[in-house]
Design a protein around this ligand. Structure first.
Ligand SMILES: C[S@@+](CC[C@H](N)C(=O)[O-])C[C@H]1O[C@@H](n2cnc3c(N)ncnc32)[C@H](O)[C@@H]1O
Length: 249
């Protein structure tokens, strides 16, 4: 198990603000449209979902969102047809996620706890998401291993985080938390940021193959996000479990 109690407490205290797009979670709301488009498009392409109306684009796919927070990704993926399990170690976040999904009339299977606690070893998913979470855990290889163990053969793991570079210290800690106050102070610890090679090594050890990595740039003045070639601050990598696609139901 890899959760850090102080991190979970901090997220728990913020749980009521999860769906406030102008509150402390504002950066996640800003990046959400961008990452949702990327993830949904790659999921549909890689897993070859049959063409159909946009609101059923992911029908038939099982998705696991690890560290789902209030459900910013889980909910819209369920809205376009995916069967989503969202798990989080913070009780407040799971409560906020359940409440919001119920208000929207969307079904997401939200579970409180860590991977090892709330998933049966044999549960398999076409796609596993670990978005902005590996920089908040105590043991990255163990966390990645646990999440990856639920990726079905032929399935994908999307992981996004912040690289541990000088640039990320300046941009994501000093700039974002102290100067521009885009994020509450203490949101991130630089030492917990994850180098792309460390993430890739953890995924490799867990039996996954690294695919595309993309950088993401956040404009703190206009609150806009865009993909970029530099992965020195925020980045997302897609990993795949090789093998013929297995049925996940
Ligand atoms: C920065 S938030 C990201 C939320 C969501 N993935 C997103 O990007 O919108 C990190 C979340 O991971 C959760 N978390 C941290 N460690 C965890 C663990 N070991 N297992 C499950 N959830 C965890 C926290 O409670 C928090 O909700």
């Amino acid at each position: 198990m890899t959760a850090i109690a102080s991190e979970i407490d901090r997220f728990n205290r913020l749980s009521a603000t999860w769906w406030d797009s102008q509150g402390p979670m504002r950066p996640l709301h800003v990046v959400n449209t961008l990452r949702l488009g990327y993830v949904a498009e790659r999921m549909a392409r890689h897993l070859n979902t049959p063409p159909g109306p946009a609101n059923t684009a992911l029908t038939g796919l099982r998705v696991l969102d690890v560290g789902c927070g209030g459900g910013l990704m889980a909910e819209p993926l369920a809205r376009i047809g995916a069967q989503v399990v969202g798990i989080d170690a913070s009780p407040g976040n799971i409560a906020a996620a359940r409440l919001h999904a119920a208000g929207q009339g969307i079904h997401v299977d939200y579970r409180l706890g860590e991977v090892e606690q709330v998933l049966a070893p044999g549960e398999r998913f076409d796609v596993v998401l670990a978005l902005e979470v590996v920089e908040h855990v105590a043991d990255v290889p163990a966390f990645v291993h646990a999440a990856a163990s639920h990726v079905a053969p032929g399935g994908l793991l999307f992981a996004s985080t912040i690289d541990r570079t000088l640039t990320s210290w300046v941009v994501a800690i000093v700039g974002a938390e102290y100067v521009l106050r885009v994020l509450p102070r203490g949101t991130h610890r630089w030492g917990r940021f994850v180098r792309a090679a460390e993430l890739a090594a953890a995924a490799h050890h867990a039996g996954l193959t690294a695919g595309e990595s993309v950088g993401m740039r956040y404009d703190p003045f206009r609150h806009r996000a865009a993909w970029c070639t530099s992965t020195r601050v925020n980045y997302m990598t897609v990993f795949q479990r090789e093998g013929p696609r297995a049925h996940t139901h």
